[in-house]
Write a protein that binds this ligand. Structure first.
Ligand SMILES: [Zn+2]
Length: 282
């Protein structure tokens, strides 16, 4: 069944876990995540990131996600991630997306507030909830992109941002980085606690790949109720397919690759659901 992401996050915050968020870019990733959620009884969020999966048209991805979420026996949120403007978010909503993220983190704060506000007004008219980003989470899931340095979320503007924009959830920057962490990640839990103490609006952590179990635990305890994963659950896939080919002594055909990919993602996702403490909470 489909549930708005902000609603799911509020429940997670109350019960001390985080909603695990994965890319539901194609059918294999979507099916693996839903099967894992069913197996361990976890709520689940699936995102479509147009920047990362630029080869997959929104018009195919969103109806697929919507159908899969509607049919699932566990609660599933579907979200358009890092929408850059009004047009793409309106398109995603018209195709059936239930939650959207507007990423105005690169804009001056006043402009970020203004644009988020316009999008919230439009999205709420369709019963769709909106996440915005305040501060800037650097890095990228795209291997060949050099991004700007991260900027931590300024706690002094959080309340004004929320009140003016009426946003439903907030992605914050506290040392988290998209893609692979370079060196040891240093997370500012005190900042998360401070923001979580100021507002009921749920807080999201993008760039959740490659942290220690302790770092996830502390982030959740500090107030994070949604963690995004992609890079770390996909890095080992190529090696596991090579192993499969070696074992058989011949190249696998395509349907075997699909089957092995689903099985690989499912195993990785089950592990993350334990880490997020969401297993058994559906
Ligand atoms: Zn992100």
């Amino acid at each position: 069944m489909i549930v708005p992401l902000a609603v799911m996050q509020k429940e997670a915050r109350k019960k001390g876990y985080a909603v695990p968020h994965f890319l539901g870019a194609n059918f294999e990733m979507t099916l693996a995540a839903i099967e894992a959620a069913k197996e361990c009884g976890s709520p689940l969020a699936l995102g479509f990131a147009p920047e990362v999966f630029a080869m997959i048209p929104l018009e195919y991805a969103v109806p697929m996600l919507r159908e899969a979420a509607d049919r699932a026996t566990v609660p599933v949120s579907i979200q358009l991630e890092h929408g850059t403007g009004y047009e793409i978010l309106a398109r995603a909503i018209s195709l059936g997306m239930q939650s959207v993220m507007f990423d105005g983190s690169h804009l001056p704060v006043e402009e970020n507030i203004q644009k988020t506000k316009e999008i919230v007004k439009m999205a709420h008219a369709f019963g769709c909830d909106v996440e915005a980003e305040l501060g800037y989470v650097g890095g990228s899931a795209l291997c060949d992109i050099e991004s700007e340095e991260s900027r931590e979320t300024d706690p002094d503007i959080v309340l004004e941002f929320i009140q003016q924009s009426q946003v439903d959830s907030l992605a914050i920057s506290f040392g988290n980085v998209h893609g692979r962490y370079r060196g040891e990640a240093k997370l500012n839990y005190a900042l998360v606690e401070k923001i979580a103490g100021m507002t009921e609006v749920p807080l999201t952590m993008h760039g959740g790949s490659g942290l220690t179990k302790e770092q996830y635990k502390k982030s959740i305890e500090a107030g994070i109720s949604n963690i995004h994963f992609y890079t770390n659950i996909t890095l080992g896939l190529w090696r596991s397919l090579e192993e499969l080919a070696k074992k058989r002594n011949s190249q696998p055909v395509y349907h075997e690759i699909c089957g092995a990919t689903i099985a690989y993602f499912k195993k990785e996702i089950l592990n993350i659901m334990e880490i997020c403490k969401s297993a058994g909470k559906a």
